[in-house]
Design a protein around this ligand. Structure first.
Ligand SMILES: Nc1nc2c(c(=O)[nH]1)N[C@H]1C(S)=C(S)[C@@H](COP(=O)(O)O)O[C@H]1N2
Ligand SMILES: [Mo]
Length: 407
């Protein structure tokens, strides 16, 4: 809708109807001014998100879930976080969508239509965990710039597509191949067509894993627009920034990919631990690869009240990047003692795992916290409070905690 025309043709009362509330100082609105609430489309409707989702930013759109919204075993669209670095591509024509494979390590670049990809290669479906490298950033101190994600920038949906390795092997690549880098159709915030909002990638070894997909479906349907329609790279278990949405080109590089947000401090952490607030030079920052072990209590919602003598049933998910979660524990005494949870095997590699426990040993009425802690298959556990501080606030895999009252 055209904002300017809209304001001049609409009376205050109809503005109020649109807002669903009286505009108390409506007669003081300057000429030509549009109330903020009407300037942007409703993101919940626009992206089909649940209204309990939290909007962190609208330019670009960044939306996160709350822990209890992620209770489903397979994350549905309405609870899936959105992380955009630029503007969602406009006028997508899926019928004429193509994917070009190029780069120093291919002899001759090749372009596949989306239809060709779908008909030529076998389809696979995997449930894959995608967590933003900055999930949990809001807890770091000194604070890090960027979206202040709490716990909800993680999802685990079913992704269907063709294996990237099948496509790369169809074309063939040179033995000097080191990395792949994706390029996508989204638009830089400056609208400068020369600039890419983000262009990241993974080493060949990750690119050639069975589960690394060029996906065209999420949860059995076309990928929703905000999540990369009509074609998306999916590299589960790694920072989700490696999973390029709206992908239209993949370069096979003879060096570490150097696209937008691959270099400098983006998606990198100090190679060696540093003290909070310490300055780190670019050369001492290392690319994040597999994500660390983490878990989330998705039921009950923090603040639940139970009757003394009744058991509290908790459940949630745990994941560990490239690794499996080996065990899952909970504590009701601020981490002094731990008890095991039941933990399921992942449905496939790189899928999150479900845990549950029935807690019936609250000694008396009062305030408690339930803390949950996962351990990966190499014996590494989540830190109880905060892990190593880093300048950009990545990889906060601290234990998730919920408040409980026994009355
Ligand atoms: N083309 C493109 N791909 C992208 C991004 C983007 O801004 N543009 N954001 C990345 C980041 S940082 C994350 S965390 C995930 C978010 O995926 P989602 O929005 O589907 O949850 O997409 C990644 N892929
Ligand atoms: Mo991200």
């Amino acid at each position: 809708m055209n904002r300017r025309r809209f304001i001049s043709q609409t009376s205050l009362t109809s503005l109020a109807t649109l807002l669903g509330a009286d505009i108390v100082f409506g007669h003081k609105i300057p000429e030509g001014y549009t109330p903020i609430a009407l300037q942007d489309p409703d993101p919940f409707k626009l992206f089909n998100k649940d209204t309990e989702m939290s909007i962190l930013n609208n330019k670009p759109w960044n939306i996160e879930a709350k822990a209890h919204l992620l209770d489903e075993k397979i994350t549905s669209n309405k609870y899936m976080f959105v992380r955009n670095n630029g503007l969602i591509p406009e006028n997508i024509d899926a019928k004429n969508w193509t994917l070009t494979i190029d780069g120093e390590s291919v002899s001759k670049s090749k372009t596949y239509t989306l239809e060709e990809l779908k008909s030529k290669f076998q389809h696979y479906t995997y449930q894959l965990t995608l967590e933003c490298g900055g999930n949990g950033r809001s807890e770091f101190n000194p604070p890090a710039k960027g979206n202040q994600w709490t716990v909800g920038a993680v999802s685990c949906a079913n992704w269907t597509g063709v294996r990237l390795k099948d496509v790369l092997q169809d074309l063939g690549f040179k033995s000097n191949a080191v990395y792949i880098g994706y390029h996508a159709a989204d638009i830089h915030l400056s609208r400068n067509p020369e600039k890419e909002p983000i262009s990241r990638g993974v080493p060949m070894e990750k690119a050639l894993q069975d589960e690394t997909l060029l996906a065209f479906q999420m949860n059995g349907k076309d990928i929703p627009l905000a999540h990369g329609y009509p074609l998306r790279l999916i590299a589960g278990g790694w920072p989700a920034s490696a999973s390029g949405k709206w992908v239209n080109r993949i370069s096979i590089r003879d060096k570490v990919h150097d696209g937008a947000k691959m270099t400098g401090t983006s998606y990198r952490v100090p190679c060696e631990p540093v003290a909070p607030g310490e300055k780190v030079v670019d050369e001492d920052m290392c690319i994040i690869e597999s994500m660390p072990v983490k878990s989330l209590i998705t039921y009950p919602k923090s603040g639940a009240i139970i009757k003394k003598g009744k058991a509290l049933n908790i459940r949630g998910h745990a994941w560990a990047g490239e690794l499996e979660v080996q065990n899952m524990e909970y504590s009701i005494d601020f981490g002094s003692t731990w008890h095991s949870c039941a933990l399921q095997k992942p449905v496939n590699r790189l899928a999150w795992q479900h845990f549950s426990a029935s807690i019936d040993h609250f000694p008396k009425k009062g305030y408690y916290e339930v803390w949950a802690r996962a351990k990966d298959s190499r014996g590494k556990s989540q830190p109880m409070l905060l892990p190593g501080w880093n300048p950009k606030g990545y990889l906060n895999n601290a234990c998730h905690r919920i408040a409980i009252k026994v009355t």
